[in-house]
Write a protein that binds this ligand. Structure first.
Ligand code: FAD
Ligand code: MLT
Ligand code: ZN
Length: 475
C-alpha cells in the first residue's frame, strides 16, 4: 500500500528536516511556475535536500510510492522543463542547497562542484584559483550547473569552448530507483564502454538527477577586447564572422547578433542600454576577442580585422570598447534583449540551429512569409551567430496585442518556422532543450527511429516514468 500525502511528507521530513520540505502554498508557488510564466503545475511539496545521500533517500521513497519527481535548479529554463505538470502526484526536488565546490585541481584543470551551484559562483571560484570557466549566459546569476548540464546550455562562448557538454568530464547522478551512479572522474580519455555521462547531459532531468559534476577549467586570457559593429544585412554579418574566424581563429570568443527590432525593444525598455552606434542598423554584432599573448596583440587583431570589414562594406560602423565598463555595457545590451522581450509580453520563441551559411536565407524567407501573413508582426531576431543559433522570436504588432497574438498564433507560426528549419536540415532546439514546450514536435523532427531509441533508453532506466514525466518524451 502506498503512503498518502501526509505520510509522504512525514517521510520526507525525516530525511531532510521539516524546514526543507516546502508545502505552504505561498512558499511553494515559485517552484510551480516557469521563468517565462507560460507553464504552471502542482506538487505535493518542494524538497530541498542538502547532500547526495538525502537525494538518494528521497528518490527511493518516491520510487516506492510511484511519486513523480521534477528536478529544479535555478528555474530559468525556457521550455517549462523544471515546472511540474498539473496531473498526478509529484514533488519538485530543488538542488539549490547543494552549492559547494568539492575539489579543485589546478594542474588537471578541473573543478568538482555540486549541481546546485550557481553558474556565476562557479566562474568566481575558477577566477579565485587563477583559472577560467567559460560557460556564460544571461541567466548566470541564477541558473545552476545541474540545470546547465541537464539542458546542455550554450550561451555566448560556445564558438570557442563548446556547450556545457564539452565542458564536463564526469558526473554523479541519482538514478530513478535512488541508486547513486558515481562517475566523478576528471579524465579526458576513458573508453570503457558506453558513455553514460553524455546520456544525462541534455536529458532535462528525464533520466536521473545530477548531483555533482567535474568541469574543465582553462587558463585565464590576458586580454579581452569587445566591439560593437553595425552591418547592413545578414549576409554581411556572416561575412564579418568569416573575416574574424580567418583573422582571429581560436581567439574569437564571442560573436552575437541583434536585429534592428531587438535593438528598438532594448532602447524602449532599457534606454540606458541604447546602442552608441548611429542607426538604425539592420543588425549590430557584438564581437569579443580573447588573447593569451598581450593586450596589444588582441587590440591589433581587432583593429586590423575591423578595418578590413569597414573597407569591404560588410561593416558600416564600429565601436571598440575602450574600458571594462564599456565592454560590460555592450554585453549588457545583448543580455538584456530577452529581458526587454519579457517586459514587452509573451513572444513566440524559436531557438533554432542552422548551418551558418543558411542563416541569411532563413531570415529572409521567414521574415517575408510572416510579414505578409501577419501585417505589423515584430521579428525579435538575435542570437549566437557564431554557433549558427538564432533566437527568432515573434511578437504581435504592439505590446498591447502580444498576449492575444501569442495565444491565437503560436501554433501556426511555430509550424511555419519549423518547416523552414527542416528544409535547411536545422534543429528546432539549439540550446534551450525540449521541456514541455517542444514535446509534440520531437517525433517529426528527430524521426521515428531516433524517438524509439530515446523511448527505449527512458524505459530501461525509468520503467515507471517517474523522472520528470511529460518532459522531452511524451508520457
Ligand atoms: P532549470 O530551469 O531549473 O531546469 C532546466 C531543466 O533541467 C529542467 O528540465 C529540469 O528538470 C532539469 N534540471 C535542473 N537541474 C537538474 C539536475 N540537477 N539534475 C537533473 N535535471 C535537472 N540558455 C542557454 O543555453 N543559452 C543562453 O544564452 C541562455 N540565456 C538565458 C538568458 C536568460 C535571461 C534566461 C532567463 C535564460 C537563459 N537561458 C539560456 C536558459 C536557461 O538559463 C538555461 O537553460 C539554464 O541552463 C537552465 O539552468 P537552471 O539551473 O535554471 O535549470
Ligand atoms: C539568449 O541568448 O539571450 C538566451 O538564450 C535567452 C533567450 O533566448 O531569450
Ligand atoms: Zn541563447
Amino acid at each position: 500500500m502506498s503512503l498518502n500525502d501526509q505520510e509522504l511528507i512525514a517521510g520526507f521530513e525525516k530525511i531532510i528536516g521539516k524546514t526543507q520540505v516546502i508545502t505552504a502554498p505561498d512558499d511553494l508557488e515559485p517552484y510551480l511556475v516557469d521563468w517565462r510564466k507560460r507553464y504552471r503545475g502542482q506538487a505535493i511539496a518542494a524538497l530541498r535536500p542538502g547532500n547526495t545521500q538525502e537525494v538518494s533517500e528521497i528518490v527511493k521513497l518516491c520510487a516506492a510510492n510511484l511519486i513523480a519527481i521534477v528536478p529544479q535548479g535555478g528555474n530559468t529554463g525556457m521550455c517549462g522543463g523544471a515546472t511540474p505538470n498539473s496531473t498526478g502526484r509529484q514533488v519538485v526536488i530543488s538542488l539549490n542547497r547543494m552549492n559547494q565546490v568539492r575539489a579543485i585541481d589546478t594542474s588537471n584543470q578541473t573543478i568538482t562542484v555540486e549541481a546546485g551551484m550557481i553558474l556565476q559562483s562557479l566562474q568566481e571560484a575558477a577566477t579565485a584559483a587563477d583559472r577560467y570557466f567559460p560557460l556564460s549566459l544571461g541567466a548566470e546569476g541564477s541558473c545552476t550547473i545541474g540545470g546547465n548540464l541537464s539542458t546542455n546550455a550554450g550561451g555566448t562562448s560556445v564558438l570557442r569552448y563548446g556547450n556545457a557538454r564539452e565542458l564536463c568530464l564526469g558526473l554523479e547522478v541519482v538514478m530513478p530507483n535512488g541508486e547513486i551512479l558515481n562517475s566523478l572522474r576528471g579524465l579526458r580519455k576513458d573508453n570503457t564502454g558506453y558513455d553514460l555521462r553524455d546520456l544525462f547531459i541534455g536529458a532535462e532531468g528525464s533520466l536521473g538527477l545530477i548531483t555533482a559534476a567535474v568541469m574543465k577549467l582553462f587558463p585565464r586570457p590576458v586580454a579581452n577586447w569587445t566591439a560593437l559593429v553595425a552591418v547592413p544585412h545578414a549576409d554581411a554579418a556572416v561575412e564579418l564572422l568569416n573575416r574574424f574566424q580567418a583573422g582571429a581563429s581560436a581567439q574569437l570568443t564571442g560573436f552575437e547578433m541583434m536585429s534592428d527590432e531587438s535593438l528598438a525593444l532594448l532602447k524602449h525598455y532599457y534606454p540606458a542600454l541604447a546602442s552608441p552606434l548611429s542607426g538604425p542598423n539592420a543588425y549590430e554584432v557584438l564581437v569579443e576577442i580573447s588573447d593569451y599573448e598581450s593586450e596589444e596583440h588582441a587590440m591589433q587583431l581587432m583593429e586590423s580585422i575591423l578595418e578590413g570589414a569597414l573597407e569591404s562594406g560588410c561593416a558600416s560602423d564600429a565601436a571598440i570598447a575602450s574600458n571594462l565598463a564599456q565592454a560590460r555595457k555592450f554585453w549588457d545590451m545583448r543580455e538584456h534583449v530577452p529581458l526587454a522581450q519579457a517586459d514587452d509580453g509573451p513572444n513566440i520563441k524559436h531557438d533554432v540551429s542552422l548551418p551558418i551559411s543558411a542563416i541569411p536565407s532563413f531570415i529572409a524567407t521567414c521574415n517575408d512569409m510572416l510579414r505578409a501573413k501577419y501585417p505589423g508582426v515584430r521579428v525579435i531576431n538575435y542570437g549566437h551567430l557564431g554557433d549558427g543559433n538564432l533566437h527568432y522570436n515573434i511578437a504581435g504588432p504592439s505590446s498591447a496585442q502580444t498576449e492575444e497574438f501569442f495565444t491565437s498564433k503560436s501554433k501556426e507560426i511555430q509550424a511555419l518556422v519549423y518547416a523552414e528549419v527542416e528544409k535547411l536540415n536545422g534543429s528546432i532546439s539549439a540550446e534551450h532543450g525540449v521541456g514541455q514546450q517542444k514535446v509534440a514536435y520531437l517525433k517529426g523532427h528527430r524521426g521515428e527511429v531516433a524517438l524509439g531509441v530515446m523511448q527505449a533508453i527512458k524505459h530501461a532506466l525509468d520503467p515507471h516514468n517517474l523522472m520528470n514525466p511529460g518532459k522531452v518524451i511524451a508520457s
